[in-house]
Design a protein around this ligand. Structure first.
Ligand SMILES: Cc1cc2nc3c(=O)[nH]c(=O)nc-3n(C[C@H](O)[C@H](O)[C@H](O)COP(=O)(O)OP(=O)(O)OC[C@H]3O[C@@H](n4cnc5c(N)ncnc54)[C@H](O)[C@@H]3O)c2cc1C
Length: 450
């Protein structure tokens, strides 16, 4: 379940290691691509086209996995069946002997007045495209307006979340508006304000003090106002109120304040740790026969860290490697062999801040500026799974460097409200009782009560 970093790595390894006489492999995925999420801020800022970060699941005839186009909306672990809502809205039930849960995560949100209606995420391709259109639309509308207050609100953008996703998003989108405003002679560039807000006392604490302040200098040098130790108290259509009492007139709140495991995990009735599915070091789910969990959705013990209770951070770096290791463990189980615990020592972090800027800590080496950006791009480029994706991304980078961006607003999703619920399907899941109605035939026709 889930065609992300973890799911696809697992499927490809299973395809290689098992013959079709040994196993039938089914992939449940609402989309026909694997999304390379770390490059989403570059899609939002127009450096890359959406297609270049959407890697086709049907690239080669060698891929024999059956793909069910839909999202899993419930699991009956007793009947060993998954209920799927297909992209046409029908419900189908898929039985399994082994189930790999890799549905990833959704944007973590809080009970803040107005957040559900007005916050926009940066976790799906649709959200990245939507935010790009939204930001360009604000420039268009501000340019056309003669109302000073409206212009100020439309040109004030707020990003919440000082982790790598939020920092990259703020940095890349600020560059977008900085470059785009040259096409709007009626807008004074000094009116454009970007705010990056985080409740934590530091930006990207995992980078350490030196790189954290290097990132801070890059952002403030570009005019982004960074507010630490502060969060959002409330938001409405025209303003964002911060917990320090400031009211920012703004029509844009981009919410990247961390991730939470897919809501599907909460419906399983299995043990969770901070919302993530508890799994053993070999990624099997204790007490659930044939069920495995990994990636952002699971709390995989981080044995390389050597600290009691440490779990792997939700990164692509881990998800991809866990996918391969889990496939090997599943093959071992099928063949009656011993499974192995997952161990991977973190390789560090790369953060692309757009233009020529970045901060990176590959293998503990601290870099900032252009060398950091070069390392970030080289890392992502080499991590792209297919040669066609590598070619697309490289061509886009070269094209963008040579010809820039035309700041075109596509309008494809303009009619959508664009909430986290709309784009991340957070309310799509069935209750256990509803699931059992769909899986009745897998329990010999009897629908269990309660
Ligand atoms: C903006 C941004 C930048 C990032 N930068 C980095 C970085 O530089 N380095 C790094 O290591 N990590 C980075 N990450 C984190 C990284 O992308 C995630 O940790 C990684 O994607 C997790 O992999 P996954 O397979 O668990 O989940 P995902 O890759 O999110 O895949 C989950 C898949 O499951 C699908 N799915 C969801 N629900 C269901 C369902 N019910 N049924 C079926 N399918 C479902 C989704 O559509 C998706 O395809 C970044 C994340 C973001 C948002």
């Amino acid at each position: 379940m889930g065609a992300g970093f973890a799911g696809v790595a697992c499927v490809r390894r299973l395809e290689r290691r098992l013959t079709d006489r040994e196993a039938l492999i089914t992939l449940l995925s609402p989309f026909s691509y694997q999304l390379y999420l770390p490059l989403l801020p570059q899609v939002a800022s127009g450096v890359l086209t959406p297609q270049s970060v959407a890697l086709s699941l049907r690239r080669s005839q060698r891929h024999r996995t059956r793909i069910v186009p839909g999202g899993a909306v419930g699991v009956d672990t007793a009947a060993k069946a998954v209920v799927v809502r297909t992209i046409s809205g029908e419900y189908v039930t898929e039985p399994y002997d082994h189930l790999v849960l890799a549905p990833g995560s959704v944007t973590r949100s809080f009970d803040i007045p107005g957040l559900a209606e007005h916050a926009r995420g940066m976790k799906t391709l649709a959200e990245a495209v939507y935010i790009r259109d939204h930001v360009i639309a604000q420039l268009d509308l501000a340019d056309a307006s003669n109302d000073e207050a409206e212009r100020a609100a439309r040109l004030c953008f707020v990003v919440v979340g000082g982790g790598y996703a939020g920092t990259e998003t703020a940095a890349c989108l600020q560059l977008l508006t900085h470059n785009a405003v040259k096409r709007y002679p009626r807008i004074d560039p000094r009116l454009i304000k970007w705010h990056l807000v985080d409740i934590a006392p530091k930006l990207m604490p995992e980078l350490g003090d030196k790189l954290g302040s290097a990132a801070m200098n890059i952002l403030t040098g570009r005019g982004i106002e960074v507010s630490l130790g502060v969060s959002v108290a409330s938001v409405d259509e025209e303003s964002v109120t911060l917990t320090d009492g400031r009211v920012l007139p703004s029509r844009t709140l981009i919410w990247t304040a961390g991730v939470a495991a897919s809501p599907l995990i909460g419906t399983l009735g299995a043990e969770t740790l901070r919302g993530r599915l508890v799994v053993s070091p070999d990624m099997a789910v204790p007490g659930l026969d044939g069920v495995w969990g990994l990636g952002d959705a699971a709390a995989v013990p981080d044995l390389a860290k050597g600290e009691e209770g440490a779990i792997c951070p939700p990164t692509a770096q881990h998800a991809m490697r866990q996918g391969k290791a889990l496939a090997d463990n599943m093959v071992a189980t099928l063949r009656g062999e011993k499974t192995q615990p997952y161990v991977h020592k973190d390789l560090g972090l790369v953060v692309d801040l757009g233009g020529m800027d970045g901060v990176s800590k590959p293998l503990g080496v601290e870099l900032h500026g252009m060398p950091a950006q070069a390392v970030a791009r080289a890392y992502h480029w080499s991590a792209l799974r297919t040669n066609v994706a590598k070619t697309r991304v490289m061509t886009n980078w070269l094209l963008n460097a040579a010809a820039g961006d035309d700041f075109v607003r596509t309008g494809f999703l303009a009619a959508k409200a664009g909430t986290l619920r709309d784009f991340e399907y957070t309310d799509a899941y069935l209750t256990p009782e509803q699931v059992r109605l769909h899986t009745a035939s897998f329990r010999g026709g009897a629908v269990e009560a309660g």
